[in-house]
Ligand binder design. Structure first.
Ligand SMILES: [Zn+2]
Ligand SMILES: [Zn+2]
Length: 472
């Protein structure tokens, strides 16, 4: 390690293409400046799930120590010298998705009548709560192995990782094969999530839990497998390769008889690539901020870093007066195809019948608020007069929701809007895969007013200030 600085959060190392120096990345990186040679670089995420490795830092002594501490705490005799220690990496899928929940609840409030002190009245209110939240889980990707946990929980968020590669596997470690493909794991996750929805009983109607837009990564996590035969018979300890804690102690093994060890072909993994973050037109370094859209400060040419290759034309700006305190927020504007217009126009069109679904192109911290903003922006779209963006200053917020993610968000927003309508009217809910007939990107000025941002064109669209991530 070159910096010696302890980083929290997701981390892994890559190599600078210019000088070969080692670089450290943290979560939500996109661009970085090489600390060795000053090159501005960006990361290209692979299309396939990337695979990472968490290195164990435990020595054999520390493994023994962890076991003895565990035995002492549980008033068991300490281990003898005959311990067989085997180090291994066990694979987990890490799945990130968006979760949509509908909960029908009846709230009771007891009210005291104003004049009659003895009179109490219970008032019941039926309420349908709909919410969109990020969802994260890790699930075993290898065969059943008695004692190894089925999940590594939240640790997947803060352990240090490096790309999984043969040369990165430590001496004396074996990596176990992946026997569960991610689509199979996803099906299990979806059904377990639905079960949770069933347990949480609805007071009326029915509750609903749906997952959208899964993204996969593979993490190899280290364990020490320690076995011995003592006076008490067989002992197996599974020691967490990071904390040194005994996660499981078994004196008898269960064989998973139901398990079918289907031969699955070796999986291919995506590799993260590091490339120069430069203007494609003039070759100058682009600004080191996390965005997929840049206007080159040198030649003023628009650079869009997007995998989809969809033509989004020119950047547009809502034509209105904007002050120095305004923030210019980017939105994806999706033209609704004619065949979907009757249905989606009803959900998003407002009274003027907009033909656009407008989705935030900046990252948000609250998906419910993003949904409401999306509805308002879509309905207001016909009233917004767009002009080409001519200058580009610091008030323009970065576009850090790529087109792919914005389309996934559109799917969930459409579903969410149908649910909302369902609570008033009876209609069928369809799960859409939305394909807009045209895609564009525009900026709208918003100005701060107390706890809110208000749009500077219509003075009508508001959202809470804390929706926007402060860190740019
Ligand atoms: Zn470098
Ligand atoms: Zn340029």
């Amino acid at each position: 390690m070159t910096t010696g600085k302890d980083k929290s959060g997701f981390y892994f190392g890559v190599t600078c293409p210019a000088c070969g120096g080692e670089l450290e990345l943290e979560k939500n990186f996109f661009t970085l400046t090489c600390v060795h040679c000053g090159s501005v670089l960006r990361i290209r995420m692979p299309d396939m799930p990337p695979a990472y490795l968490v290195k164990s830092k435990l020595t054999t002594r520390e493994v023994r120590f962890g076991i003895d501490r565990y035995l002492k705490k549980n008033s068991l005799p300490l281990t003898g010298p005959d311990l067989a220690i085997k180090n291994l990496y066990y694979p987990y899928w890490k799945i990130e998705a968006l979760m949509l929940r509908v909960r029908n609840k009846v709230y009771e409030r007891v009210l005291q009548e104003e004049t009659e002190y003895q009179d109490w009245a219970a008032v019941q209110t039926a309420k349908t709560e709909i919410g969109i939240t990020p969802y994260l889980m890790t699930v075993a990707a290898g065969s059943f192995f008695d004692g190894i946990p089925d999940s590594i929980g939240l640790r997947s968020e803060y352990v240090r990782m490096i790309p999984f590669a043969k040369e990165n596997i430590q001496d004396g470690f074996d990596s176990l094969p992946i026997t569960r493909p991610y689509d199979e794991v996803w099906a299990t996750v979806v059904s377990s999530v639905m079960t949770v929805g069933d347990i949480d009983q609805a007071d009326f109607g029915s509750n609903l839990t749906e997952l959208f837009h899964p993204e996969y990564e593979l993490i190899y996590f280290p364990y020490a497998l320690v076995e011995s035969y003592s006076d008490r018979g067989f002992n197996r300890f599974i020691v967490d390769g990071i904390s040194g804690r005994v996660v499981e102690y078994l004196t008898q093994l269960t064989l998973d008889e139901d398990a079918e060890y289907a031969e699955i072909p070796p999986l291919e993994f995506g590799r993260l690539e590091v490339e120069y973050h430069r203007c494609y037109n003039c070759g100058m370094d682009l600004p080191d901020r996390r965005s997929i859209v840049y206007i080159c400060e040198n030649c003023q040419v628009l650079n869009i870093i997007d995998k989809t290759g969809v033509d989004i034309g020119e950047l547009a700006l809502v034509d209105c007066e904007s002050g120095p305190a305004d923030v210019l927020l980017p939105f994806w504007s999706f033209k609704i195809p004619d065949n979907l217009l009757p249905k989606l126009g009803q959900l998003f069109g407002g009274i003027r019948r907009s033909d656009r679904l407008v989705v935030p192109a900046f990252s948000v911290v609250n998906y419910e608020a993003a949904y409401r903003l999306s509805k308002r922006m879509s309905a207001a779209a016909p009233q917004l007069n767009l002009v080409p963006t001519e200058t580009y200053d610091r008030r323009f917020r970065p576009v850090n929701r790529c087109l792919e993610d914005a389309l996934a968000l559109a799917d969930i927003i459409i579903y969410r809007a149908q649910l909302e309508r369902l609570s008033t009217f009876h209609c069928n809910i369809e799960k859409f895969e939305f394909h807009p007939s045209e895609v564009s990107l525009f900026y709208t000025p918003f100005h701060p007013e107390n706890y809110f941002y208000v749009d500077s064109a219509l003075n009508a669209i508001t959202f809470e200030k804390n929706l926007v991530e402060q860190k740019v």
